[in-house]
Design a protein around this ligand. Structure first.
Ligand SMILES: [Mn+2]
Length: 267
């Protein structure tokens, strides 16, 4: 039995299937961890969602910004974006089941010495605080009235993190941190617009993982979201978005020995 962590799939089903063949993935014995952004921009989001849901307990997936965008579109809180490739999902006969399944996925998964998130962990947060912030979002998004949070996400800008934020602002900061974080300032303020490689970051904006010491907590954070960062493995960090949807490879890491597997883009 092995556990494989895989980077941002974004509808690239064929590349994903080839990668699973390459590692000889056995759905009956092995486990998969996905960093989120299952959907959008790529060609086969609907098929990826159906496949993911069919794996049941064998799959752990955390939500990414594109997954949240899809949930928002399905609930009518977000307008389409120019490069969306979500129409097949939104028109599917099983759309409601798929969206309901998706909105009940976690934002953070912690198991053994690993933490799985889509984008990152806000530097001022301990692992315990991050897990608490994630549970709060999951209760709001996975509960009976997700629309309140979805509307806030579509219309309001998250403030800078402070301990004394009210619930609504705490939720916004948490969603932003788990699903969009790349660089931030030493005081934890997120540098929102920057999406390039770390060496091009604006003055004072540093990769979030340089402002934390998860290694000291004997923890390895597994994340995706930052294609221009690319594959970055170092003690305490496995950043595995290698930009499959942009024609790059799709990356898997076997967590037991941290061996890296890559499959060239095939969609
Ligand atoms: Mn993302």
């Amino acid at each position: 039995m092995a556990t494989y962590a895989i980077g941002d799939v974004q509808g690239c089903l064929r590349t994903l299937q080839r990668l699973l063949r390459q590692v000889r993935f056995d759905a009956a014995a092995d486990r998969l961890w996905l960093v989120g952004d299952l959907v959008n921009r790529g060609p086969r989001s609907l098929e990826v969602l159906r496949w993911a849901r069919s794996l049941r307990e064998g799959l752990t997936v955390v939500l990414g910004n594109h997954d949240l965008h899809l949930i928002g579109r399905a609930h009518g809180t977000r307008p389409p974006k120019r490069h969306d490739t979500l129409e097949a999902v939104l028109a599917a006969p099983d759309r409601d089941e798929l969206i309901d399944w998706l909105r009940r996925r976690p934002l953070l998964h912690r198991e053994g010495s690993f933490v799985l998130v889509h984008a990152g962990l806000l530097p001022p947060w301990t692992l315990e605080e991050a897990a608490t912030r994630a549970r709060e979002v999951e209760a709001a998004l996975g509960g009976p009235r997700p629309k309140r949070l979805l509307k806030a996400l579509a219309t309001r800008k998250p403030p800078a993190w402070r301990q004394d934020l009210d619930t609504a602002d705490r939720l916004l900061v948490a969603v932003q941190s788990f699903t969009r974080l790349r660089t931030c300032r030493t005081d934890g303020r997120v540098c929102e617009r920057f999406t390039g490689p770390p060496e091009d970051a604006p003055e004072g904006c540093l990769p979030w993982f340089q402002l934390r010491d998860d290694r000291a907590a004997r923890t390895t954070v597994i994340c995706g979201h930052w294609a221009t960062l690319g594959l970055r493995t170092r003690p305490g960090l496995l950043a595995i978005d290698t930009g499959c949807v942009w024609g790059g490879p799709l990356t898997a890491v076997r967590l037991e020995d941290q061996e890296v597997f890559q499959e060239p883009f095939a969609d």
